[in-house]
Design a binder for this molecule. Structure first.
Ligand code: URA
Length: 444
């Protein structure tokens, strides 16, 4: 077997055999195939696609390229969740304690943010003292003590994906359903959970810009999950505007606490209850609740203090400091400026990708994986899609942390505020109301 024949097969649109895929993934992992040949095959996959069998073989081989986590110490069904990425996505810190309140045990491995998508690990590291680098040997103790643990992803999980993803990032080969599906599902399968709930985002702030593409990706991942004997569900959610009232790190964790205290934004509550309910169901903890009753119960527990108590247990168990007002944060965001409505009308759209890029420029995210970030930086949205605004009203407030060198009179700040202003479309007519949860697919 040789890699040139494999590239040619895919270039001419032929399906690859299991042996060819295994040869490729082995050669990626042991670095015997050079980057230029890997990249050529990736581009051929982008252009000519993969069928279900190829996609599943690729995923399972990538999952087998490193360790498989053994979660048997949990002693119960384990459910994992994953979002395909978004701006203002603070769903994981909400659904972990929510599911725990039904008795589910959650082991969550999360990533740091890269590009305009925020990372759950960065968000938790905004809490003073919270340890996001938990050694694997401590997981059983933490799950035993508090029923939940969250930590950064270990490098030994699906190492082939790391090599492929880094190359995809610089060769224009990220946007491909077989490559995205295999990348995500290889990590989830190696992560060892029995069931997986996928938040498949669609819109301007997501990989999948249309609902049709999001459904295609969701169905591909559900099929892979089932072939790997994992119960798999997908919730298709709207990412045509940032989720909730904030994006950043400290300010998003403040919003998490507000949500858990009964003052959640409607889109955040809708998405968190849909995903939480699916996770509770797949964990086998839904009891006699009907689907609708379970959603209602999730909504209730999210806001009535039940999930908040579990959240505080999680914060405490990983070293986070809590004062009378809730968790303490490593920085105090302070206002650097505001973006105002240019005319009267309604907010028709807020380009989530543009907001995400602007928040990276503010300091809240990374362009390269080793960049330092300003956990205090972020944006608070005072007007969201459908809201009526008058000329001069504040659309959003921009924040930076204590150590930021950004000043309001700098060219950089001007670029950021202009970018944010351009992300808003103000329309004369009230736009149609869109739901945040578009559909729920897959296993129940
Ligand atoms: N997230 C991943 O982990 N992989 C992709 O390819 C895209 C999003």
């Amino acid at each position: 077997m040789n890699i040139v024949d494999i590239i040619l097969d895919k270039r001419y649109g032929r399906a690859l055999s299991y042996e060819q895929i295994m040869y490729f993934v082995d050669g990626v992992t042991d670095r015997s195939i050079p980057d230029y040949q890997i990249s050529a095959l990736l581009m051929a996959i982008v252009l000519n696609g993969m069928d279900e069998r190829e996609m599943t073989s690729l995923t399972l081989e990538m999952a087998d390229s490193g360790e498989h986590a053994d979660l048997s110490y949990v002693g119960d069904i384990t459910v994992d969740k994953h979002s395909t990425g978004g701006v203002g996505d603070k769903i994981t810190p909400l659904v972990m304690p929510l599911c725990r309140s039904f008795g589910a045990k959650i082991v969550k491995l999360s990533g740091r943010g890269l590009g305009f998508t925020g990372g759950t690990v960065d968000k938790f590291s905004s809490i003073r003292g919270f340890n996001v680098d938990v050694p694997k040997t401590d997981f059983p103790r933490l799950v035993n003590e508090c029923g939940m643990v969250i930590s950064g992803q270990t490098p030994d999980l699906a190492p082939a994906d790391k090599i492929l993803y880094a190359l995809r990032d610089v060769t224009g080969t990220v946007d491909s359903i077989p490559l995205i599906a295999s990348s995500i599902m290889s990590k989830k399968i190696a992560g060892g959970a029995d069931a997986i709930v996928l938040d498949v985002t669609c819109g301007s702030g997501a990989f999948m810009q249309t609902e049709e593409r999001a459904r295609e990706l969701a169905n591909a991942m559900i099929k892979i999950g089932r072939l790997a004997q994992k119960k798999t569900s997908a919730v298709i959610t709207d990412m045509d505007q940032p989720l909730g009232r904030t994006c950043g790190n400290v300010i998003e964790m403040e919003e998490v606490y507000e949500t858990l205290s009964g003052n959640g934004a409607s889109d955040v509550v809708e998405v968190a209850t849909a995903i939480g309910a699916r996770m509770v169901k797949l964990a086998g903890k839904a009891g006699d609740y009907s689907d609708d009753d379970l959603i209602n119960e999730c909504r209730l527990r999210l806001g009535n203090g039940v999930a908040r108590d579990e959240y505080l247990k999680l914060v405490r168990s990983q070293g986070g400091i809590i004062n009378d007002n809730g968790p303490e944060y490593v920085d105090r965001p302070h206002v650097i400026g505001e973006v105002k409505a240019p005319r009267d009308g309604f907010v028709g759209a807020i380009r989530a990708d543009e907001i995400g890029h602007a928040s990276v420029l503010l300091g809240a995210g990374r362009i390269r994986k080793d960049d330092a970030i300003d956990l205090g930086a972020g944006i608070r949205f005072l007007a969201k899609r459908g809201d009526e605004v008058h000329k001069g009203d504040t659309l959003c407030v921009l924040y930076i942390g204590n150590n930021s060198s950004l000043t309001p009179d700098s060219e950089k700040y001007e670029e950021i505020s202009e970018r944010i202003a351009n992300a808003y479309t103000i329309t004369a007519d009230k736009p149609e109301v869109k739901r945040s949860v578009i559909d729920v697919l897959g296993d129940q």
